[in-house]
Each structure stands twice: as C-alpha cells, then as structure tokens.
Ligand binder design. Structure first.
Ligand code: CMP
Length: 139
C-alpha cells in the first residue's frame, strides 16, 4: 500500500518570485496537510548531498548552484497516496511538458528552475524529510 507522506521544496526561483503563498494554497486545496515546514537556505555541501543520486548527471553542478542561489521552503506533506498525488499536482519535470493547471506549468520557468520538488518514492520521502527536519519537528 502507498504511504501517506511526501516531501517538497519550493525552489529558489519560485520563492524569489513571491510564489510561496500561492503554491502552499494550491497544495492545501489539493488535500495535503502540512506536517512540518521551514524557510531555509541550503549550503553547497547540503545541496550536493541532497542531490547525490544525480552526481554523475551533466546538470549536477548547475543544479547545486541553482539550489543554493536563494532561500527555499521545505515541507513534509501528508495525504493518502501522497507521493503519486503530489507528483500529479506538480506536473512533469520540464514545465513545458507539464499539464495545464499543475504547479510547474503555472510557476516554473525552466527544467532547472522548475519551482518545486516532489519525492519520487515513499522511501525517498522519508529520507528527504529527515534531511531537513528532526523527529521532534514532525511528530
Ligand atoms: P527534481 O525532480 O526536484 O530533482 C532533480 C532535479 O534536477 C529536477 O527537479 C530539476 O530541477 C533538475 N534537472 C533535471 N533535469 C535537468 C536538466 N536536463 N537540466 C538541468 N536541471 C535538470
């Protein structure tokens, strides 16, 4: 059975553009509850670690630079079938391919600056949530 937790980041492009409120509204309207949330900023080391799975990809350096270029909002979200439903809500990685009405279609500017992150599995949702929040912060 699918888990009920996912993890998201509102990325530097969307945060700098002042879209955090609209994105959080859309997440809540779509049935997610917020279990933990913080406005924070990643160091190069933290971003490198968070995206370690992409280390061999040609865009890794650009991704780390971009994710450390400004503040982000990190959050743990709860809903039945959270991972899949959240990925549907945010749309395809490339905003030009994202469906109408999705968060990336509405707020993202490019593949790199694609407004939001969503975990790709129940296992990664827990790992990514634990990367940002202590157990006490989402008890
Ligand atoms: P996300 O799904 O949050 O996690 C991996 C990120 O890598 C992805 O969002 C994009 O921001 C980024 N990414 C994926 N493909 C490319 C690409 N071709 N060029 C630059 N960045 C990319």
């Amino acid at each position: 059975m699918a888990g009920n937790v996912t993890f998201t980041m509102i990325k530097p492009d969307a945060t700098a553009a002042g879209h955090t409120g609209k994105i959080i509204d859309k997440i809540i309207e779509s049935g997610f509850t917020i279990k933990a949330m913080k406005l924070t900023r990643l160091s190069k080391e933290e971003a490198g670690k968070f995206y370690e799975v992409h280390k061999e990809r040609p865009f890794y350096g650009e991704l780390v630079d971009y994710m450390t270029s400004g503040p982000i909002v990190a959050a743990i979200l709860v809903k039945d079938n959270a991972v899949e439903d959240f990925r549907t809500l945010i749309g395809a990685t490339d905003p030009q391919k994202a469906a109408e009405g999705t968060i990336r279609r509405m707020f993202a500017t490019s593949i790199a600056a694609n407004a939001v992150h969503g975990s790709d599995s129940d296992e990664n949702a827990l790992i990514e949530g634990a990367f940002y929040f202590s157990t006490r912060e989402h008890a």
